[in-house]
Design a protein. Structure first.
Ligand SMILES: *Cc1c(COP(=O)(O)O)cnc(C)c1O
Length: 414
């Protein structure tokens, strides 16, 4: 059964006119989004999208930008002046960091522990940087001691890490590595795409010079914006470049002038997306960051306990597991794509497949932002049990009972 939104075009009472029929077939149904992103949108965020578009210099819009910036500083735990939302998804934030902070020939050390570390390498190389890869086997985090040794040896201009590697479900410790990087005079870059809004991110305390995220994972907003924050050191580096940033669109100084007091036109603001981001950040503010992180941890624990009770296992080592993204091992002999197909067709639930070397070996099950609820944990455990049975994989009972027990022990419902 598909759980449709009350204002879905498929609801005949919402769209009685005949000419809407074409849209009925074109627009997608509501899904429960439990993959590696996007995640579910709260109704308030959906409603914010429908507010009238205004011009990018409208005083009301400028006031909204200021509110968004203040909210973003709180979520990033930073006092950075240059804290804003770039147009484009998370990758635009990634590209902005490398395009602005590096000049051709600069050395950069990149931690590669999965798909997104590898993407950083590719982006940095396209911008002409000389990349040293600090590589580990997928499923591992970059060891602190090895990273520090590599920094002292290669003395890079910048050191880049992925905080939450979405391809493996691995969490990376960053503070010590970044402290060593700064001691050597390097700038520090952090990918917070699957962490911001779901687990603690401490930009100032960890000595992060540049960080990027996206709106559609743990912030619970639609895709299309990339929150970024740049330290004073990073801005100084950008402003003393010998050659201008190759990308006009991602030139951070130009964005900073629009978000700052100059309000200089650079691009037409994606107003609707900023309304949605504002609403998503208001929801985070109302919930409280610590409460939100605890919710993500609680639902993570209930999901893991449920999966393990069913006889399934989490691919990622316990001490490295993210609360936002779970790599679940596909049992021997099971057609993982058939299970995902069953989940979407029978329950309208989306989960993700493995990337690269993990294709066919894991499912990626996300509990991010508004998707991280006890309802979704119980739903996906039950649906997975049914789907595994339906594809002929056998019986995997006991998931929901174990999750309920975990919630009961925690004295809480969601
Ligand atoms: C999703 C993701 C990205 C890319 O973000 P897009 O919004 O898809 O462009 C980058 N890094 C990590 C860790 C991600 O999970």
């Amino acid at each position: 059964m598909t759980d449709r939104l009350p204002d879905s075009p498929k609801n005949p009472t919402a769209h009685p006119s005949g000419h809407e029929r074409g849209h009925e077939r074109a627009l997608p149904d509501k899904r429960t989004l439990l993959g590696p992103g996007p995640s579910d949108l709260p109704l308030r965020v959906l409603r914010a999208l429908s507010h009238p578009v205004v011009g990018h210099l409208d005083p009301q819009y400028l006031a909204l930008m200021d509110r968004v910036r203040a909210h973003l500083r709180a979520v990033w735990a930073t006092a950075n002046e240059v804290t804003l939302a770039l147009p484009g998804t998370g990758t635009s934030g990634m590209e902005a960091c490398f395009a602005n902070l590096l000049e051709p020939g600069d050395n950069v050390l990149v931690g590669v522990a999965g798909y997104f570390g590898a993407r950083m390498v590719e982006v940095a190389e396209r911008h002409g940087a000389h990349v040293h890869r600090l590589e580990v086997t997928w499923g591992e985090a970059i060891p602190v001691e090895r990273a520090i040794a590599a920094i002292r040896k290669s003395r890079p201009r910048a050191v880049a890490l992925v905080h939450a590697e979405t391809s493996t479900g691995v969490w990376q410790d960053v503070a010590e590595i970044f402290a060593a990087a700064r001691e050597e005079g390097a700038l520090t870059i952090l990918d917070c795409v699957t962490s911001l809004g779901g687990l603690p991110v401490e930009i100032d305390a960890w000595g992060v010079d540049a960080a990027y995220s996206c709106t559609q994972k743990c912030l619970g907003c639609p895709p299309g914006l990339a929150p970024v924050t740049f330290s004073a050191r990073a801005m100084q580096r950008i402003r003393s470049r010998k050659i201008p940033v190759h990308s006009f669109y991602l030139d951070l100084d130009l964005h900073a002038k629009y978000w700052g007091t100059e309000r200089a036109y650079h691009h037409t603001a994606p107003a609707s997306l900023l309304y949605a981001l504002h609403e998503g950040l208001e929801l985070i503010h109302e919930e409280g960051l610590q409460t939100r992180f605890a919710r993500h941890r609680r639902n993570h624990q209930a999901l893991v306990d449920g999966l393990e009770a069913m006889g399934l296992s989490i691919w990622t080592r316990p001490e490295l597991r993210l609360p936002t993204l779970h790599a679940v091992s596909v049992p021997e002999g099971v057609d993982e794509a058939a299970v995902r197909r069953d989940l979407i067709e029978q329950h309208a639930i989306e989960i993700g497949a493995g990337l690269g070397p993990l294709k066919g070996q894991i499912w990626r099950l996300g509990l991010m932002g508004a998707s991280s609820t006890s309802q979704n944990v119980l739903l996906v455990l039950a649906a997975l049990e049914q789907a595994l049975h339906r594809v002929g994989a056998g019986a995997f009972p006991g998931g929901t009972a174990a999750a309920i027990q975990t919630y009961r022990a925690a004295g809480s419902g969601n």
